[in-house]
Design a protein around this ligand. Sequence first.
Ligand SMILES: CC(=O)N[C@H]1[C@@H](OP(=O)(O)OP(=O)(O)OC[C@H]2O[C@@H](n3ccc(=O)[nH]c3=O)[C@H](O)[C@@H]2O)O[C@H](CO)[C@@H](O)[C@@H]1O[C@H](C)C(=O)N[C@@H](C)C(=O)N[C@@H](CCC(=O)O)C(=O)O
Ligand SMILES: Nc1ncnc2c1ncn2[C@@H]1O[C@H](COP(=O)(O)OP(=O)(O)OP(=O)(O)O)[C@@H](O)[C@H]1O
Length: 469
Amino acid sequence: MERYQKFRKEFPRFYYHGYRTEENELVYKITFDFEIEGLSSFAPTWTFPKCTEQGKTWDNDPLFQKMVFSLGMVELASYWKLTCSPQVIVEAGNLSGDQILWWKDLYFNGLGEFFYINQIKEADPADFMEIICRGKDAIETVSSSGVKGRPAAVSGAENGVLVPIGGGKDSAVTLELLRSAGVPIYAYIINPRGATVHTTEAAGLDADHVISVKRTLDKRMLELNGKGYLNGHTPFSALVAFSSIMAARMAGLSYVALSNESSANESTVKGSTVNHQYSKSFKFEEDFHRYEMEYLSGSAYYFSMLRPLSEFQIARYFASQKQYHAIFRSCNAGSKTDSWCGHCPKCLFVYLILSPFLTETETEKIFGRNMLEDRELKPLLEQLTGIQEEKPFECVGSRDEINTAIILTIDRMEAEGKKLPMLLEYYKGMGLYDQYKPMGDRFSSYFDSQNLVPAPWEELVKKSCTKEA
Ligand SMILES: CC(=O)N[C@H]1[C@@H](OP(=O)(O)OP(=O)(O)OC[C@H]2O[C@@H](n3ccc(=O)[nH]c3=O)[C@H](O)[C@@H]2O)O[C@H](CO)[C@@H](O)[C@@H]1O[C@H](C)C(=O)N[C@@H](C)C(=O)N[C@@H](CCC(=O)O)C(=O)O
Ligand SMILES: Nc1ncnc2c1ncn2[C@@H]1O[C@H](COP(=O)(O)OP(=O)(O)OP(=O)(O)O)[C@@H](O)[C@H]1O
């Protein structure tokens, strides 16, 4: 890819100079200092509310400072990708050889979609970036109450569990599961919008149990995007991971419960490792866990409550949680207007995966239209079901579970004597029905034991969300 080589030559060095903090009784604000030498500097910000005892200063907390530095390491990916400068010079903190390898692995995999879409074939895991660390010596961290290893019990959970909220169905399911476990819940939201705020309301959380942080992008990055510098997907969920453990520390919470499912492990491009949802995968979860244990010791136990489950089971559970149906929004395309766009892969995916568990009227009411009658969505249906090699670059379920959901919907509608909508009729004609029907329902009893859910909650997830087909 020509632009890649050209920019790397023209701008060989990217700097993470440092960060500046401002702290008062109400907020803790961080301004990162990045620079692409010869092009531009960037100053993105994060503002956290202060929710701990008065007089506590986070600037004096060594672990928290390491977290701030680490958040900058994730944030820099959005700015580095403009020119993919071969050298990244880190002055803001110290990194060991092992840490450097960890970060390179995150950047390479987390930017897998970016490289693929921009046709940057020459990006190689070893050579795409050299990280040179010129930071001062690391401040020794004093280990505190954080949980090490996979917990057999959930001690400390009585203080509360932090649940990051995306505004879609998955985090609502985590909220409800943890609620049934009887632990206090705190919601965590980056840049609140209607759906995220309404989700906390539907869960019955008051303002004291909602931690909202503000993140700003540097406008110069947006301007450079407009001028033809490189742009594309960045691993947003890695930002959720690093920032949520900061919020947990400020609030004195020992657990952060994500809502990433087993299906997120499937690659987006068949036969490759390119995964749009890389930082939602179990590999990232385990890697992050290891990083915390080794370099951020004392931080909250980070795990995904829904990791044992498929999207199919999450949809079934969510279908019974009617209090969220009018307000949840999974659509990324409509996230700015807090709406279902009704035309994107994520909308079609959610429509299909909920369909076996809701009536046609209920599903149509959620989306405001019957998407299954829209012939323009045929190509998306083909991508979602695996007729096409490439899944859409969106957070959608695995091909197998989408096919299972469609078969169940067709069977239900036919048993009720209903006429199939256009897309389901088309699907039947494509031969997939005959291919998948004999396989039966392989997802109702699904359970992925590769997970980090603390033992008592793992049992709860199994009991609440799995059943024999
Ligand atoms: C693109 C993105 O990550 N957006 C999230 C961001 O939204 P924001 O309003 O801050 O920016 P955008 O208007 O979407 O983008 C403007 C331009 O800036 C670039 N950019 C943006 C964010 C970033 O981190 N780096 C960037 O370089 C971008 O390329 C544009 O040119 O924050 C919101 C929360 O405050 C998120 O809700 C936004 O997420 C989008 C809805 C979204 O589509 N996110 C995708 C990355 C996505 O697929 N999200 C997955 C997570 C997958 C993963 O972690 O790998 C998901 O929703 O599950
Ligand atoms: N703005 C945000 N603030 C905090 N956490 C977020 C935010 N956006 C996403 N997340 C976290 O990332 C997870 C993945 O996002 P994703 O959009 O897949 O899930 P969702 O919104 O809960 O459900 P759905 O899959 O229906 O969209 C969320 O469940 C949530 O834990």
